[in-house]
Structures are given as C-alpha cells and as structure tokens.
Design a protein around this ligand. Structure first.
Ligand code: FHN
Length: 470
C-alpha cells in the first residue's frame, strides 16, 4: 500500500477547502450557507487566530519613496496606483534610487499615526516594510537600500511604530513584497532594467534579500502580529514553505496572509473585493480610501464615512476583516481627509463597537442580496444584486441589526429561530426597551420616529434559544 506524504495530503486538503469556499463565496445563495460549519481546527491555530477574529478592523499603510513623485514623473501624471510609478513609467533603477537622497519625512510622528488607528477603532496596523520598489523602510543589514542607510532621515520608522503600538496596545504587522523587487537584478518584475523574469536566478534574490529581510522583521521589532506577503509571482510551494518555516521558527504566533504563494493563516480577498455571501473561514479585504495605496497628489476621491461604515459592517456580517489603507505623504503626513473620514468611523464605533469587534456573521443571508434570474454577466453567470437596507452581525445571545435605511415605525425580521427577549438601540445610553412582537419566526420591533445615526443605527435584539429549534 502506498502512503501519501503528509505535506501532499495537507496540500490536497487545502485545495479542497479553497475550492469549496470559493464556490460558497461566488455561486451559492447566502441562505444555503447557514448550515455549513467551519472545518475543525487545532487548539494551537485557534489561539493564534483569536486576536484576528476579534479585531475586524485594521489600518493598512503604504509608505515609501513613491510618495515623493506622488503620481507625477518628469512633469507627466502617470496613470495607475501611486506605489507602481517605477513600473508604470519604467523608471531605471539608477534614476529611482535618487529619490532616497531626497526622502526626509520630518513630520513623521509614530504616536500620531497609531493614535489615528486607535481613534478609528482599528485594532491592528500593517505597514509596508518593503514594497515592490525594493526599498526597505527600516534598518536592514541585508540591503543598504534602506531608509536608515540611504536617506537623510536616518530614522527607523518601524522601530518608532513598534514602540508606539506597544504603548497604545495596537498590534503591528508588516507588508513585505517577497517576489516582486524592482531594485534587484534577480527579483521579479523589473523587466525594463533586467530582462524577463524567467531568465533570472530568483532563488539567489530570495536567499540573499527576501528571506534575510523577513528574518530581520521578525527579530528586530518585538512581537509582530502578521506578515502580509503580496503578488506571489514565481512563488512555488517549496519557496513559500521556506518563508513559512522562517516565520514558525522565529515567531510561531505571527500570522501569514493569503498571498504568500501557498495557503496562509487566512484568505486575502482581492483588492477592494467584498464577497457576496458569508464566507466561513478567516478572511480579510484590503481596501483603499480613494483609488491608490501609495500617496498620489491628484487622487482626492475619498470614500465618505457612510460608505466606510457600510463596508465595515457588510464585511463583518459576512465573517471577514476590513484592512483599510492610508497613503502618507513624503513629509510623513497622513492626508487630512483620510484622517477625518477614519475618525468619523471611530466615533460611530465608540457607540456601536460591540456589534463589530468580536462579532460573528449574519445567521440570515437574504439581506445581502440575491442572484438575478434574468440578468447575466459577460460570462453568462447570473448577476448578483446586492441589497443595502440592513445587515446583521452577532454575538452570543445577540443579533445586531444594522439599519442603513430607517424604516417607517417598525422593522420586521424573518427567519428568527430564537425568542427575542429584549430590544433596544445601541445609540440609546439608557437602553430603553422597544416593543417587540414575535409570531413564530417573524419579529416586529417598534422604532422611534427618528434614526439615532445617519451612518448606521444598530438595533440590538437579545435572544434566548428555543430548545429543539436550532
Ligand atoms: O501590487 C500591489 C499593490 O501595489 C498594493 O500593495 C496591493 C494591496 O493589496 N497589493 C498588490 C496588488 O494586489
């Protein structure tokens, strides 16, 4: 009898889980997901994932040399996302490197950045330690192309952020571009200086830069909550495994995102891509506040607080985390509009945070939307029609109904399996009881005439399970 190697079995299992969850996220109606339960997990994994499952909301920071051109090169506005300017404008390494000599972000204030995340109600920060341009935003011995050795600034912002995060009790993680490195002859992506990727000695780059730098990140800054790998070009299972081994050896509790090249600790959805239905595994959506990650001076199309709150709630009601990005300027300032909009979300969370942090997904699903029976997309698949009137998040014995459109007088909720014993609005500090009528699985709650919040008024229904019904 042939015994399959355990690594092979794990790989097959993870592919099966991926296929099943992809199917669940894209094709099945949300309601049919109610009966699915997540795969069994080890106590070790449950402990490692706990903070991530409670956090729900994090701050992404894309900061690097690309903040200097801020979308403009030699007098020309370069289309696309700001941190890709080197690639988009095909800037030779020798020219792009000169940005380092100018980089002096004297207004950088780690405490203020972390305070913004805390004010916004965010529980973790993920900052670019090295993006695709190959420039390390920290003191790296593995490459002199770093902020301490190559700029007049000479400070290590990651060290300052680690100290500020420890003081303000926010977790810190690092984005690291493991595959694309446009500065290195053997890194992926820079074809304008170094020719096609398939002619490169990619392992030479991994061994001499990427792996040593990830080791530095895991040993120089105290406990790191996660490493956020990205764009896994040429990352075979074997190459990815080398990073996993490094992480598990140096910081076993540190999470790995979903873009290493093999399954990480959680799934990373596409940029700004929120699934249509509940996804019963750990996941996160990285998202922008405007249309770029790195600062771009001509992108001021900011998502308003109402949209940010809706997206946060929508994501949590589907079981995920929202990692929302800011792109600081070359001086080290987070654009004021980003700050204002994030703080508005934070003010809403101060009142309604119990319906987000640590909250579980909706037990319903019909409120999320449904597939059109007539309209098809260009691939012939039914178009998903999202609804945006209300969402539901949960905690033990509580349903949080997020009302984005205030109903006239009463709100009716169907398919409620438990008995509602009390109803009130989270915005009401006195938690005044609202009149509830329950007939079978249909619950009707009488509401005051005016919505307590313009962003999202949260109705809390305390429930008691009906024995034999669930
Ligand atoms: O190419 C990157 C991009 O610059 C940015 O960092 C985003 C964030 O999710 N990730 C890649 C594109 O998906």
């Amino acid at each position: 009898m042939h015994i399959l190697p355990p690594a092979f079995c794990r790989r097959i299992l993870s592919i099966m889980i991926f296929l099943l969850t992809t199917l669940a996220a894209s094709g099945l109606p949300a309601q049919s997901l109610q009966s699915q339960s997540p795969p069994a997990e080890s106590a070790e994994r449950a402990a490692r994932m706990r903070w991530f499952r409670e956090a729900k909301f994090g701050l992404f920071i894309h900061w690097g040399l690309y903040a200097i051109p801020a979308g403009e090169w030699k007098g020309q506005l370069i289309p696309g996302i700001g941190e890709w300017i080197m690639n988009r404008a095909k800037i030779p390494v020798k020219e792009y490197e000169q940005l380092a000599v100018q980089f002096n972000p004297v207004k950088f204030d780690a405490e203020a950045w972390v305070r913004l995340a805390a004010d916004a109600g965010m529980k973790y920060i993920v900052i670019t330690s090295k993006h695709h341009d190959g420039f390390a935003m920290y003191a790296s011995k593995a490459s002199p192309y770093n902020i301490v050795d190559a700029t007049p600034f000479k400070r290590d912002p990651l060290k300052e952020l680690a100290a500020a995060c420890a003081r303000q009790k926010i977790r810190l993680g690092f984005y690291y571009s493991q595959a694309q490195d446009w500065h290195e002859p053997n890194g992926a992506g820079n074809t304008w200086d170094f020719g096609p990727d398939d002619k490169k000695d990619f392992d030479q780059y991994l061994r001499t830069k990427a792996e040593p730098q990830v080791a530095e990140l895991l040993t120089q800054y105290g406990p790191i909550c996660l490493i956020w790998f990205d764009t896994p070009r040429m990352m075979t299972a074997e190459r990815s495994q080398r990073f996993i081994d490094l992480l598990r050896r140096l910081q076993p509790a540190c999470l790995i995102d979903g873009r290493l090249g093999t399954a990480g600790d959680y799934r990373s959805m596409g940029d700004n891509s929120i699934p249509n239905a509940v996804v019963r595994e750990d996941w996160e959506v990285p998202a922008t506040l405007n249309h770029t990650w790195g600062f771009k001076k001509d992108d001021t199309d900011w998502k308003p607080p109402a949209e940010l709150v809706f997206k946060l709630v929508d994501i949590v009601s589907k079981g995920g985390n929202y990692l929302l990005n800011v792109g600081p300027t070359a001086e080290g300032v987070i654009p004021q509009a980003s700050q204002d909009n994030l703080r508005a979300v934070g003010r809403w969370l101060k009142i309604n945070g119990e319906a987000i942090h640590g909250a579980g997904p909706t037990p319903f699903g019909d409120e999320l939307g449904s597939y059109s029976e007539t309209e098809k997309d260009k691939n012939g698949k039914p178009v998903f029609k999202a609804r945006a009137d209300w969402r539901c998040t949960t905690s033990a014995g509580k349903l949080y109904v997020h009302l984005f459109r205030w109903p006239d007088e009463a709100f009716e909720l169907r398919a409620v399996k438990d008995t509602v014993v009390r109803a009130y609005l989270l915005a009401d500090p006195r938690r005044t009881r609202l009149a509830v009528k329950q007939e079978g699985e249909t619950v009707t709650v009488a509401l005051p005439a005016k919505a307590p919040s313009e962003l999202d008024s949260v109705l809390c229904l305390e429930t008691k399970s009906v024995s034999g019904r669930r």
